[in-house]
Design a protein around this ligand. Structure first.
Ligand code: C2E
Ligand code: CA
Ligand code: CA
Length: 650
């Protein structure tokens, strides 16, 4: 038979050009692009082998029959590997997953294994093809399977793509679809006109389309800063971890950018970040620079990490007066940390590296030392603990494995407990009690706080009703709301419906929100507050005296009470200024006709001082620690008895 191998030649040329482009472009080595590289070479080699096969078969008698069989078999197997590579690449690029699922893997292996076995056994069985003595090729009864095999993969690709149709970028969608259809048509045509050898050419076109899609759908750069982004970082680090390469990471966090954004405006800040990232790129001298979002940059050094001290010095000098605004220059605080090779060797996945960078940054911020901060095993232990707590939290949320403790609040005027704060507790078999100070922020970052908040609120409602708490001198229970809960538009509906479920009179609940909540989502928060206040639920501003001056919060929002933070009370003991702050805060709040509650009252002396300053309510270990509901009830009974006694005294 005379084969038309021009298509094979064209395909080879096309692939060669693509390979050159690929290396010229210096495309970032991620798992996906590394696989693309394999697919490029795989397709090129199969094209070449197919061409060789066509040449051999044009005059098969020149080679011995065994050699011809071997060459044809090899060419057929390698050509039939193209759809497998194409299948894996397409699935990975459309699902954006870093690994195929098991069914997808089996889908990749099974058809190919079958066709390979059939090809290899053909010299004896003749099922796929047979060579006559003069090297002429004829297809066997299963010859069509060679084309069916391609079609199985392509149909598979189209099917999984249709399933995720809306989630795929248009460019990669049409590239995959176009490439698959062209190749299916080529398979059909070549089946009927075998001497055309169109399939390889079609496959090369399909790869070309993928290349174009890969170039234009760029998941790996931050468009504004024109630098590699977090996706690229994660992929890159994953490759380094998997290949067990040695590497180090130098991380830079710019402090105060969020604040500068409010002063200078978004556009100026974007320009500023752009010029910072350009400069960092220059400083990092060809090591990869990545922008991880939230004003965090990372530099990855493979092999020889070079001299970090020098880099740190350069960067520090640069940041000393970076921002020129009008005729002032502002310097930016850059927190620099290093994750050394020894530490990274213990890491299993890239996402953990980002957690590690954040932990190291937080530690570096705490230490005031001028030295460059090098993350240690402690940093790792810290992130591991956070991960473990997250894991525990997920289990606890699933099994509703939290407890709610109550800490009574004492009224100076009534000389008894008039309310209590509900505080969530989490106990783990291994870690023991985990402080809410530790797990609430983790739960907030992962959205679990919504379910925890819901649980606490339900528990409190049920507890008030079951124990008739509000008939025992308690006027209401204080429940803490997280920032995340307050960002829900329908928070008020959720709370009201729970209270209705337990038939709880609304005024039995008081809600505490912190100052950080009051800074965010102003409209949502106000909407929620108004709806709830309308029904008789009061609000207290929590943690007053921490953070920035929050006087305006009291003025702006309809609070009923203000809770002074324990740190304010505690520093009043040895700092005269703090004592004034405490005293005048109490006076100011009372002048606004709001209630003042002070938490953290641990000693008689503190209670005495606060009373003299005019504080209305006390909460603290001097009266009681937060306790389980039964202990709380016992305390209430004792408190009531004491009140009765003292009334008799009068
Ligand atoms: P917070 O709202 O400021 O709660 C008061 C914290 O001060 C409680 O810590 C309480 O045990 C502690 N405290 C009260 N009096 C004293 C004292 O005299 N001495 C000392 N050393 N500590 C005292 P806790 O229970 O560890 O809670 C810590 C924080 O966790 C709370 O601070 C609150 O922000 C958060 N939290 C606790 N429960 C919940 C909850 O159900 N939901 C939400 N969103 N946050 C909660
Ligand atoms: Ca509170
Ligand atoms: Ca507090």
């Amino acid at each position: 038979m005379h084969y038309n191998y021009y298509y094979d030649v064209a395909a080879m040329i096309l692939m060669a050009v693509l390979i050159i482009f690929f290396y010229e472009k210096n495309i970032i080595r991620t798992k996906l692009s590394s696989f693309f590289e394999i697919m490029l070479w795989g397709t090129f080699i199969s094209n070449t082998l197919d061409f060789v096969r066509a040449v051999i078969l044009s005059d098969g008698s020149r080679f011995g029959i065994m050699l011809s069989y071997a060459l044809v078999g090899l060419a057929l197997i390698s050509v039939n590997m193209i759809p497998v590579l194409y299948y894996i690449y397409s699935l990975r690029s459309i699902s954006k997953a870093r690994h195929l699922t098991w069914p997808e893997r089996l889908g990749a292996i099974i058809p190919f294994s079958l066709v390979a076995v059939l090809i290899i056994s053909s010299p004896w069985t003749g099922l796929i093809y047979r060579l006559s003595d003069n090297g002429e090729l004829s297809y066997g009864v299963l010859g069509a399977f060679l084309y069916v095999h391609w079609i199985i993969y392509l149909v598979h690709i189209i099917r999984s793509m249709v399933k995720k149709w809306d989630k795929i970028e248009p460019t990669s969608k049409y590239a995959v679809l176009g490439g698959s259809i062209v190749t299916i048509v080529a398979c059909a045509v070549t089946y009927f006109i075998p001497q055309l050898l169109l399939v390889n050419f079609a496959a090369a076109i399909a790869v070309l389309l993928q290349y174009i899609a890969m170039e234009s759908v760029d998941d790996y750069t931050n468009d504004k800063l024109e630098v590699l982004n977090e996706n690229a970082f994660v992929d890159k680090v994953d490759v380094l971890i998997e290949t067990k390469s040695e590497f180090e990471i130098f991380a830079i966090k710019l402090d105060g950018i969020a604040y500068l954004r409010t002063v200078l405006g978004r556009k100026n800040i974007n320009n500023l970040l752009k010029s910072i990232s350009n400069n960092l790129e220059v400083f990092s001298q060809g090591m990869g620079l990545f922008y991880l979002g939230a004003s965090r940059f990372a530099i990855i050094a493979e092999k020889d990490p070079g001299n970090w001290e020098l880099l740190a010095e350069l960067i520090e000098k640069y940041f000393r007066d970076t921002v020129e605004y009008g005729n002032i220059t502002i310097s930016i605080d850059a927190i620099m940390t290093i994750l050394p090779t020894e530490l990274l060797a213990n890491i299993k996945k890239a996402d953990d590296v980002i957690g590690l960078i954040d932990a190291a940054t937080a530690e570096a911020r705490k230490t005031s030392s001028e030295e460059l901060y090098v993350a240690s095993d402690d940093t790792l232990a810290d992130t591991r603990r956070k991960e473990e707590i997250l894991h525990i939290l997920k289990g606890a949320v699933r099994e509703q494995h939290f407890e709610v403790y109550y800490q009574p609040i004492y009224s100076v005027k009534k000389q008894r407990y008039v309310s209590a704060e509900a505080l969530v507790r989490l106990k783990d078999d291994r870690l023991g009690y985990i402080s809410p100070e530790e797990f609430i922020p983790i739960a907030e970052r992962n959205g679990l706080i919504l379910e925890i908040g819901d649980f606490v609120f339900r528990t409190v409602c049920k507890c008030i009703m079951d124990n008739k708490i509000c008939e025992r001198g308690i006027e209401f229970i204080e429940v803490n709301l997280s920032v995340v809960q307050c960002m829900q538009d329908n928070l008020h509906e959720q709370l009201v419906s729970i209270m209705d479920e337990y038939r709880l009179p609304y005024h039995y609940i008081n809600l505490e929100i912190t100052e950080s909540t009051a800074t965010m989502s102003k409209d949502t928060l106000k909407g929620n507050m108004d709806e709830l206040i309308k029904r008789g639920i009061n609000f207290a501003l929590d943690d007053y005296g921490t953070g920035f001056s929050n006087m305006m919060r009291i003025v702006d929002y309809p609070f009923h009470a203000v809770k002074l933070d324990k740190s304010l009370l505690w520093s009043a003991a040895d700092k005269p200024k703090a004592k004034h702050a405490l005293e005048y805060s109490i006076q100011m709040i009372k002048a606004m006709e709001l209630d003042v509650i002070c938490e953290g009252v641990e000693t008689f002396a503190q209670a005495d001082m606060l009373e003299k300053m005019g504080c209305d309510y006390f909460q603290g270990y001097y009266f009681s620690k937060p306790v389980p509901v039964n202990d709380f009830l016992t305390q209430l009974a004792r408190d009531q008895a004491m009140t009765l006694l003292s009334e008799e005294d009068v």
